[in-house]
Design a protein around this ligand. Sequence first.
Ligand code: NAD
Ligand code: UGA
Length: 387
Amino acid sequence: MATTRMDLDGRPIKPITICMIGAGGFIGSHLCEKLMSETPHKVLALDVYNDKIKHLLEPDSLPWAGRIQFHRLNIKHDSRLEGLIKMADLTINLAAICTPADYNTRPLDTIYSNFIDALPVVKYCSENNKRLIHFSTCEVYGKTIQSFLPKDSPLRQDPAYYVLKEDTSPCIFGSIEKQRWSYACAKQLIERLVYAEGAENGLEFTIVRPFNWIGPRMDFIPGIDGPSEGVPRVLACFSNNLLRREPLKLVDGGQSQRTFVYIKDAIDAVLLMIENPDRANGHIFNVGNPNNEVTVRQLAEMMTKVYTKVSGEPALESPTIDVSSKEFYGEGYDDSDKRIPDMTIINKQLGWNPKTSLWDLLDSTLTYQHRTYAEAIRKAMVKPTAS
Ligand SMILES: NC(=O)c1ccc[n+]([C@@H]2O[C@H](COP(=O)([O-])OP(=O)(O)OC[C@H]3O[C@@H](n4cnc5c(N)ncnc54)[C@H](O)[C@@H]3O)[C@@H](O)[C@H]2O)c1
Ligand SMILES: O=C(O)[C@H]1O[C@H](OP(=O)(O)OP(=O)(O)OC[C@H]2O[C@@H](n3ccc(=O)[nH]c3=O)[C@H](O)[C@@H]2O)[C@H](O)[C@@H](O)[C@@H]1O
């Protein structure tokens, strides 16, 4: 690195070693890419899989060879974990089960993964005085207060009832039989534990609440690089439908609202947290794009338009189809109605703002999906079934 990197307060940034748990996933792969191409930091990359970071690990001639080291391990049961945390200056924990199709169908695995398996990570960081950046979720907010107001209430227009703020918004989940909330509840408890370790034992921590980060390498395309019956998050579900020329499935009418942020914008925010510990420690940060709000139905319509442009293929006559949540996800599903992040804290502490519009981020992401999967899907679809 020719020029010295400076932090937000004009001080030179010292190269550090980062223990990144879950480095082989969607967010981890983008974060590793950024750290290798733009910083001098070292990464100990821990995961059970490394397919999404293979391009960073091989061949040995890559400019960052020696700065990234992959350790294949499952944090549920691996005695190497504490040693790796001790070797690093900072631990970033991304490991989790985080696809809604699992929350109501595999609630035990979901709770274990998001709470129990994260406990030793927090403990080792606290005991060894190591800084921790823990990945939580915007789902800890659950439903908005607005969703409980009468349909004709003028208060529904007031942002105080729906914009989600780290330090004042309540966490509103459904009943226990709505097992959808197993994930949000486990994430909330691990946030409280991390926060308490900070308060009682001086753990230096930052908690990240991502709001629907999307982009290339998110999840998998069923039957191509993941199980045929698997249900990934919405970007991959809709990409799969578009690639296969099937109607996009709108769960319960596609009325829920989301704000989507481009993964590359969000990664800039994480890098600011990594390199500005004095400004990031002790904080919980919403990371999202309040300007990119759509209903899921609008997302489906926009993805259909963008994909038509990218692939050159006309859209289907009926591009979407309605399905019930029970049919799509099974018993115990429930949904967040609306997710708009308040940006005050991240703005004040780190001066971060998202840049990419929804149209532009879908354009680059669907271009990637088409380039990566269209041929494989075509081959899979013409393959004669074994008799
Ligand atoms: N993508 C988003 O928009 C989003 C939104 C909210 C929260 N998050 C949180 O961010 C984190 C990363 O999300 P992602 O989208 O990259 O998910 P991902 O599923 O792509 O990545 C998670 C990675 O963790 C690994 N992992 C899981 N359990 C492990 C274990 N026991 N040992 C070792 N590795 C393990 C997985 O193999 C996977 O590679 C998660 O904690 C998730 O809850 C993500
Ligand atoms: O990304 C986030 O910020 C968080 O939210 C996600 O939750 P959710 O947004 O509900 O998950 P998606 O699978 O992306 O679904 C978004 C919406 O699309 C709908 N959907 C999904 C898939 C589909 O084919 N059709 C469809 O209408 C869902 O019902 C939901 O209303 C996941 O819980 C986590 O990855 C994460 O913590």
